[in-house]
Design a protein around this ligand. Structure first.
Ligand SMILES: O=C1O[C@H](COP(=O)(O)O)[C@@H](O)[C@H](O)[C@H]1O
Length: 230
C-alpha cells in the first residue's frame, strides 16, 4: 500500500509558520463568513500549535459568526495542563476569538456513553460540516486522537462514525475523544501543522506505509496542505 505525498509548504522559521498559517486560516474564515454568514473550524491541541493559535485568535475577524471546536481531547478536567481545551483558553480563545462559539469535546462527565452522544449532537448542530480542519501529527503517526492500533480506531475510521468517538492512547491508556476520519476528511480545507525533523520524518514514514490502520494520518492526507518548519 502506498499514499500520494501531500503538498508541503516549508517556512524558514517556526514563527513564520505560525504567522503564515494563522494568516491563511483567518483569510479563509473571513471569506466563508462573507459567503455564507458563518464559518466553522476544528483545531488541534498538543505542544505544537500554541503560537499559531494565539496569532489566529488575535486576528480581526467577525468571530461572533465563527464556530470553533477541537480535533480531539483528553478526558481530563480543563484545569489539567494536558487539556486541549485549556490550551485553547490560553491561546485562540484568549484573544478576539473569545467572541466565537466554542463546542467542547469533553464536559467533565464520568462516563463516555451519554456525554459522547450529547457531544456528537452538539457538533452536528453547531460545528459541522467543517470549513477548515487543522491537524497535528505525532511521531507515532497519530493525528487528532486516531492512534495506530488503538481501541476505538476502527470505529473512528468507519464511514458512518458518529461525530465524536472514544479512543485510547496506547501505552499511557489515556482515554480520548476524537473527531472521526469522515468528519475531518469532509472539511472544506485540511491543513497539517508539523515542526521539527522528527515530524517531517514521521510524515514520510506515513506516506510510505499508506495504511490508515498503521498510520492513521494517511486517512487525511489526500488534498491536505502540510505546513512545515524545522
Ligand atoms: O495528542 C495529541 O497529539 C497531536 C500532536 O501533538 P504534538 O504535541 O506532537 O504537537 C495533536 O495534534 C493532538 O491534537 C493532540 O491531542
Amino acid at each position: 500500500m502506498s499514499q500520494a505525498a501531500p503538498e508541503i509548504l516549508v517556512y524558514p522559521t517556526r514563527e513564520a509558520l505560525a504567522a503564515g498559517l494563522a494568516g491563511r486560516l483567518a483569510d479563509r474564515l473571513r471569506q466563508r463568513v462573507e459567503q455564507t454568514g458563518r464559518a466553522r473550524i476544528a483545531v488541534p491541541g498538543g505542544t505544537t500549535p500554541g503560537p499559531m493559535l494565539s496569532r489566529l485568535g488575535a486576528a480581526g475577524l467577525p468571530w461572533q459568526a465563527v464556530t470553533v471546536t477541537l480535533t480531539d481531547e483528553r478526558r481530563v478536567p480543563t484545569s489539567d495542563p494536558r487539556s486541549n481545551r485549556r490550551l485553547l483558553g490560553e491561546t485562540l480563545l484568549a484573544g478576539r476569538a473569545a467572541a466565537a462559539t466554542f463546542v467542547p469535546l469533553y464536559d467533565g462527565g464520568a462516563e463516555p456513553g451519554e456525554s459522547l452522544a450529547a457531544t456528537a449532537a452538539a457538533l452536528e448542530r453547531l460545528a459541522l460540516p467543517l470549513d477548515l480542519a487543522v491537524l497535528g501529527l505525532g511521531t507515532d503517526l497519530h493525528t487528532a486522537s486516531l492512534f495506530p492500533g488503538a481501541p476505538g480506531l476502527e470505529a473512528a475510521l468507519a464511514p458512518d462514525a458518529p461525530a465524536a468517538v472514544a479512543t485510547v492512547q496506547p501505552g499511557s491508556g489515556e482515554p480520548r475523544i476524537t473527531l472521526p476520519a469522515r468528519v475531518l476528511a469532509a472539511a472544506g480545507e485540511r491543513h497539517i501543522l508539523i515542526a521539527g525533523a522528527d515530524k517531517r520524518a514521521a510524515l514520510e514514514r506515513a506516506v510510505s506505509i499508506g495504511d490508515p490502520r498503521a498510520a492513521p494520518v494517511c486517512a487525511l492526507l489526500d488534498g491536505a496542505l502540510v505546513h512545515f518548519a524545522e
